[in-house]
Design a protein around this ligand. Structure first.
Ligand SMILES: Cc1cc2nc3c(=O)[nH]c(=O)nc-3n(C[C@H](O)[C@H](O)[C@H](O)COP(=O)(O)OP(=O)(O)OC[C@H]3O[C@@H](n4cnc5c(N)ncnc54)[C@H](O)[C@@H]3O)c2cc1C
Length: 501
């Protein structure tokens, strides 16, 4: 019998997660032999595609759900600070790559777009003011501005102001140095770097259909989507970066750590506007509060998007329910993921989240006029003819065992790995692409602990001079790293010293 091909690492899926991990591993050990296996005929064809996500460089600057308010009125900023520092870690990696001649200009994937939060009514205004006062004390948010002045808001978000009742009580915060990120362009840049690197291959139209342990790691069965032919590859380490499809692959691996996990798919839609007359009046990502009972990923926002040099507006997302785990997936994805080990948690989540299911179904049933009504809360003079409906990417929220409730629904991401560190999968979707690098560093520390502390430590320090904890606590260090990244990513024209003066 012919021997299988053998590599050090197989990465399933050519989205932002696998592309980032693959390039990072090659930086740390150029001798590693890697293969990225992608079912579609190009990279970033699922959630990482720029029109399947909102492209917000999540840094906690505008997302009101990152600063929850407790019953006593206090506001917790820990999550916003953590995500902010994680984003700064991503920026360090992109800055490191951008300083290399082979990566090209960072402006192909990251652009400055101010991040705003906008609220209505006395309760909303009082929350935003309090949140601003808390955040402003932390160095990561020192540049945040707050206003209740409609003249100032007219400068910050001119498209959103005409047509409002004169007595409407509204407020906004703004951080000028927010960003829009084209995660598809970034993914494809990373895949290109990889394709040009010795001993790294990216194979398209190839689907991973089987995973089994061998004495030295894993044997991965790969099917050619076009010819139907198949091959097997042996790998010491496998990363399941398959987006929504990571759960079924994790189940296929049979590792004990996979037991009890289930998936709750949530689809999405946007309204998109390409009319240049309207687009030019809005240069911001404006986030507000989700409707009561709505899940965190349905927080409405009106966004400037910069994709391939062209600017558009996106509004949404309108959530929805489907049983597919990927946009190009199958309606059988959810039913086929039910196992003896996860049926309990899945039923518990179904029982405890009837309101969420009802909400998602009601979102799917909305007419175009109802969707426009939601948009008019942001942009009162919006006209139907300027907007069209687009289908967003698919998010599979995590269902996991819970000792008290039987099962819970989790809206974040979770890295699940085999005890021997030979396989890891990324489940969940939020805050997603912006914090990819932090997640992949966690994976490296968990699955390659000896190398991370030993042979790779110096290179890790060179690429990441400051990690999340130091960035959260050392104001001077944060300012220096952030300013250096702004310059490397071409987000400021002047010197960092001048920018932060
Ligand atoms: C509506 C929406 C809005 C979002 N907004 C933002 C945002 O503003 N900012 C942000 O940072 N993040 C955002 N996200 C999250 C972000 O898009 C995701 O976290 C990120 O793109 C996930 O990347 P990934 O590489 O894990 O998965 P994906 O990009 O989905 O890639 C997975 C790949 O695996 C392939 N694949 C699957 N199964 C197999 C198989 N068996 N064999 C081979 N290949 C396979 C798929 O074809 C796909 O190409 C948003 C997501 C959605 C859905």
């Amino acid at each position: 019998m012919a021997q299988n091909e053998s590599v050090d690492v197989v990465l399933v899926g050519a989205g932002i997660m696998s592309a980032t991990l693959a390039v990072l591993l090659k930086e740390l050990d150029p001798t590693l032999k890697l293969e990225v296996v992608e079912a579609m005929d190009s990279g970033a064809a699922e959630s990482s595609n720029p029109w399947n996500n909102a492209g917000t460089g999540h840094a906690g600057l505008c997302e009101l759900n990152y600063t929850p308010q407790a019953a006593d009125g206090s506001i917790d900023i820990k999550k916003a600070v953590h995500i902010n520092t994680q984003f700064e870690v991503s920026r360090q990696f992109w800055a490191y790559l951008s300083k290399k001649n082979t990566f090209g200009s960072a402006r192909a994937f990251i652009n400055p777009v101010p991040h705003l939060s906008y609220v209505e009514g006395d309760k909303g205004v009082s929350f935003l003011k309090k949140r601003f006062e808390m955040l402003k004390q932390h160095h990561a948010f020192a540049e945040m501005e707050y206003t209740e002045d409609k003249g100032v808001m007219n400068e910050w978000m001119p498209l959103m102001m005409p047509g409002r009742p004169a007595d409407q009580h509204i407020a906004a915060t703004r951080v000028a140095k927010g960003t829009d990120v084209n995660f598809g362009a970034l993914t494809n840049k990373l895949l290109k770097v990889l394709g040009d690197t010795p001993d790294a291959q990216v194979k398209y139209s190839k689907k991973v259909v089987g995973l089994r342990r061998n004495g030295n790691g894993w044997t991965v069965s790969i099917k050619d989507v076009n010819s139907g032919g198949s091959r097997e590859v042996d790998a010491r380490f496998v990363f399941l970066g398959a987006g929504g499809a990571a759960l079924p692959l994790l189940q296929l691996s049979g590792i004990p750590e996979s037991k009890g996990f289930g998936g709750f798919p949530v689809s999405g839609q946007w309204l998109r506007c390409d009319n240049p007359e309207i687009v030019k009046q809005h240069q911001a990502k404006v986030y507000s509060q989700a409707a009561v009972g709505a899940p965190p990923m349905s927080v409405p926002h009106l966004d400037t998007r910069v994709v391939d040099g062209k600017t558009s507006l996106l509004f949404g997302p309108y959530a929805g329910f489907t049983t597919k785990f990927l946009k190009h997936g199958s309606l059988m994805d959810l039913p086929l993921s039910v196992r003896m080990g996860n049926i309990g948690p899945m039923l518990a989540v179904a029982r405890d989240n009837m309101d969420l299911t009802k909400y998602l179904v009601s979102e799917v049933m909305q007419s175009m006029e109802q969707r426009l009504e939601s948009l008019r809360r942001f942009y009162p003079e919006a006209k139907a003819e300027d907007w069209r409906l687009e289908v967003a990417g698919q998010r599979v929220q995590i269902i996991k065992k819970d000792p008290k409730k039987g099962g819970i629904l989790q809206f974040g991401t979770e890295l699940v790995s085999a005890q021997d560190g030979s396989l890891a999968a990324l489940l969940g979707a939020s805050p997603g692409a912006s914090v990819t690098v932090s997640i992949m560093l966690e994976l490296i520390e968990r699955c390659f602990p000896e190398q991370a502390k030993g042979a790779w430590a110096a290179k890790l320090k060179e690429i990441f001079p400051a990690r999340e904890k130091a960035l959260a606590t050392d104001a001077a260090l944060y300012r220096k790293i952030s300013a250096d990244n702004d310059v490397a990513l071409e987000l400021v024209e002047d010197s960092p010293a001048k920018h932060y003066a």
